[in-house]
Design a binder for this molecule. Sequence first.
Ligand code: AMP
Length: 412
Amino acid sequence: MTFHDFNFDEQVLEGILSMGFKQPTPIQEMAIPVIMGGEDLIACAQTGTGKTGAFLLPILDQIAKSHEHHTTVLILTPTRELAQQIDQQVEGLAYFAGISSLAVFGGGDGIVYEQQRRGIQNNVNIIIATPGRLIAHLTSGILKLNQIKHLVLDEADRMLDMGFYDDIMRIISYLPKKRQTLLFSATMPPRIRTLAKSVLHNPQQINIAISQPAVGIDQQVYQVADQQKTPLVKLLLKNGNYNSIIIFSSTKEKVKAVYKELKKDFKIAAFHSDLEQTEREDILRDFKNKSLPIIIGTDALSRGIDVEGIDLVLNYDVPPDPEDYIHRIGRTARAATTGTAITLVNERDFRRFKSIEKLIDRTIDQKPLPEELGEAPVFKERTGGRDNRRKKNFKKKGPNKQHTPNKPASKP
Ligand code: AMP
């Protein structure tokens, strides 16, 4: 299949070619005809599959063919970075078709707010927004959404994780009932199905199975005690021949603590939600143009950040959700290059790590700890899990018969 098969508007086609897209990706092949047919869609697809093009291209085609000059498309995203990336894709794909878009997101100063306000008044074709800031413009009365024909909920699972359910429903209450709604999500937990039921109408469904990590990624694991983690990271950064590195940790607090240690020896920036928007933008810009070699952040960084040439992803800890492992390490070895993904596993994370190996259906190469860091701990997979542990404790201590009424029995 080629992009010519969709009968896209000539200028949209030109945009596609200028972006270097030669062939539609599987999600594009499946989603574009459904969207062009005017149906609602629920699509399970993650970043890296070409999902943005899958919803943008048929929408751009429709705008180009109808010559509309007001806001008919609303795309809701969980983060400002994703909003900006989608905006950039519109800019590239719609360059020849002359379709306008505006990214609307929170943070920034009064000037940014004013720019957004002016953009809204200029009747751009497409608004790409994070829910909170969009509501601010809606309630100020400046933004009217009564001509929206297409609503896209992008990374819907992440929006719900971030607590945007009520905001999304509030925004939808401003939209015309007759519209096309497209929901994209990397995972499909029951609450996404509930959301879909209340906002989509007879949707078609598309499932792109979670992709396996790219073959070009050299995956490695070190078993470590907690106090060995930071010294090991320092050694890996010093001795490895890496130029562009992302370090992931599961919590903001951990990101800050590890950053404090590493910044003594390395040029590094920490990326988290406490930063001002301009600081986040500066960090990403420096990281993209390679003047900043190392960035440390939480899983928020693992989605949507599309940076070429990252040669090491270092997991300071194991992500809670095995699918996040694939998102994290997918930041390297993009576009058929190669890269390394190293994961540090302590005893507490060992079971989580085994779930990852199950998900990707392979054993990850375990590396010996460098001698100067001392002995590597050895972890064994527990058989029987929690229940087995409970039974053992019960035997040792005996049943907890004598707990006082208001005090819960201590957990095993
Ligand atoms: P996404 O999954 O939307 O985040 O897209 C991931 C990357 O793939 C982006 O850099 C897109 O520009 C690129 N991309 C999207 N569609 C195609 C295509 N058909 N051919 C080549 N690259 C593409």
